[in-house]
Ligand binder design. Sequence first.
Ligand SMILES: Nc1ncnc2c1ncn2[C@@H]1O[C@H](COP(=O)(O)OP(=O)(O)OP(=O)(O)O)[C@@H](O)[C@H]1O
Length: 251
Amino acid sequence: MRFPGAGFPLLVAQPAALPHSGCMSTSSILLSVRGLAKSVAVSRQLFGQLELTVAAGELVAITGESGVGKSTLLNILAGLDDADKGMVCLEGTELAALDETARTRLRRERIGFVFQAFHILPYLTLRQNVALPLALISPDERQAQRRADEMLDAVGLAGRGDGYARDLSGGELQRVAIARALVHRPALILADEPTGNLDPETAVRVLDLFGTAVRGGGAAGVIVTHSDATAAVADRVLKLTAHGLVARRGN
Ligand SMILES: Nc1ncnc2c1ncn2[C@@H]1O[C@H](COP(=O)(O)OP(=O)(O)OP(=O)(O)O)[C@@H](O)[C@H]1O
């Protein structure tokens, strides 16, 4: 089957075009966030003046009480939600300066997102789900499917590529979501509770994959987690509070 959007030129290693923006660009800082503020319904401020920088090769864990705004923050970092104030810069590009098409393109090519609710598409096979980020940016469908099989193997689901989401447990779906987020070697990996449905052994296995993508591949990683064991693999652990991000470990 052909994927929707297949036929784009292969651009995996290239950052999206850089429009004029107020972002400072350095080779080591991949993600920078300045003065971010977000309120939700009935003027409830989740956070204000939030600052964050993540270097290439760095894995940051964000913890915090339920409802404090961790998922909302990840959505803003991915350009899926807008902040009320402040700036998010990825590889020197300010997300708010991009139109919707450019933002979608940057998200497809440069970001891998593990959603808390997985969002595995029920009408595609697991292989097609995992291959999707590559299929959207590369015309080489066979290569995308081969890489998808490698990723399924890496998350412990070898030989399951022809199956569908309906046949999987929560933990298996979570692993498919992780494989899909990493398949195109994104520059920024965002993961919302990526080990929430996994047994400790499988959690270690997928955290190794994040570690390899970040430390070996030079990506920046931001993982939201309630698990101390998951936070322990990060270089820095930050806690989200109404006052912003506070260091729990690292600086
Ligand atoms: N679009 C929205 N409209 C209104 N309220 C929202 C919206 N999005 C999020 N919220 C509220 O913002 C708060 C933060 O939600 P969010 O999912 O970011 O929290 P969280 O820290 O990730 O929580 P958890 O750890 O339970 O997953 C919640 O009270 C939620 O109901």
